[in-house]
Write a protein that binds this ligand. Structure first.
Ligand code: NAD
Length: 291
């Protein structure tokens, strides 16, 4: 069986173009969408990722403010910066980049990001809104998976979809988005037992565990669509996913590559969310002024 490769690059370009067009329209109204990325690490791959967001933002006409607090920033300093950015009218989107300095708990900090600026769905309030179907920004990676499925016309309604991973940034919000689309969702995690029990009969398997080679051809059926969210950096600096891609190619019906799959769409979505947030905040400002 030949496996269709679900590249995210074309979709990412289309989204980047949309972000660019929408940002230009807002700029014509005197509003420059601005994203702030708060960083507190020297970790090379994180620095690389942040620079890639900065480059993508520049080419989409979105201002990107990197707030680098250094690898020894305290929780108190980080909380203060997040609060200030939340109150800063010229900033429309905020990301708190992980990892954080040892001992600093990201979960305790993300609540300081104003929900309307929480363009990567990190604040528990955003996850709560998602859970009850109220408007909010979903974490960009979770939404990127849905956008890829839509782009390639892969239906999920009434289908058996297995999500491997239950984190608050990927597995849980993704499962909520899939439920909203009427999928029959099973969530697997580090303590759910042998994967094949769930994945063998799945129509779609989405892996977001951060474990190299976790899923191989023995786990799936030949009709399965496999989405690899994992991004693992090898010692030589190259990037691999959670799926043993060589084993799954030729067995699965379709597969996202790493790199060039979910990750490329995620960055474009962060920019689209920032532009959406800027538009919403400016409308809210006008409404408040008129009230
Ligand atoms: P995490 O460590 O917070 O969560 C990992 C999840 O995987 C946990 O719920 C755990 O129970 C589950 N898990 C671990 N080992 C397992 C096993 N053997 N069997 C079944 N489940 C297992 O990680 P995260 O932040 O959710 O990220 C997951 C992966 O997605 C990582 O590789 C990360 O780098 C990647 N990621 C990619 C993007 C992107 O844009 N492509 C964005 C965010 C995260």
């Amino acid at each position: 069986m030949s496996t269709t490769l679900l590249s995210g690059r074309t979709l990412a370009r289309l989204m980047q173009q949309k972000a660019h067009d929408d940002a230009r329209n807002l700029e014509a109204e005197g509003l420059r969408p601005t994203l702030a990325v708060v960083v507190a690490t020297d970790d090379g791959s994180t620095q690389w990722y942040v620079r890639s967001i900065e480059r993508a933002a520049e080419s989409a006409g979105v201002s990107c403010r990197i707030v680098d607090l250094g690898h020894d920033a305290t929780a108190q300093v980080l909380a203060g910066v997040l609060k200030d950015l939340s109150n800063e009218p010229t900033v429309h989107g905020i990301i708190l980049q992980t990892p954080l300095p040892p001992g600093v708990d990201a979960d305790a900090l993300v609540g300081h990001i104003a929900p309307e600026k929480d363009i990567d769905g990190a604040n528990p309030v955003s996850l709560g809104h998602l859970a009850v179907g109220q408007p909010s920004f979903a974490p960009a990676t979770a939404r990127a998976v849905i956008e890829i499925l839509d782009h390639f016309d892969i239906p999920v309604a009434g289908r058996n979809v297995v999500v491997i991973g239950r984190s608050a940034v990927v597995g849980k919000p993704l499962s909520l988005l899939l439920l909203e689309r009427d999928a029959a969702v099973t969530i697997c995690h580090s303590r759910s037992g042998p994967l094949e029990k769930y994945t063998k009969t799945a129509d779609v398997v989405i892996v977001a565990a951060g474990r190299i080679g976790l899923l191989n051809s023995s786990h799936i059926s030949s009709e399965a669509v496999v989405i690899d969210v994992g991004t693992n950096v090898l010692p030589d600096g190259s990037l691999v996913g959670d799926v043993d891609q060589a084993s799954v190619r030729g067995v699965a019906a379709a597969l996202t590559p790493v790199p060039g799959g979910v990750g490329s769409v995620t960055t474009s979505l962060l920019l689209l969310h920032t532009v959406e947030a800027a538009r919403e905040q400016s409308r809210a400002f006008v409404r408040e002024g008129a009230a």
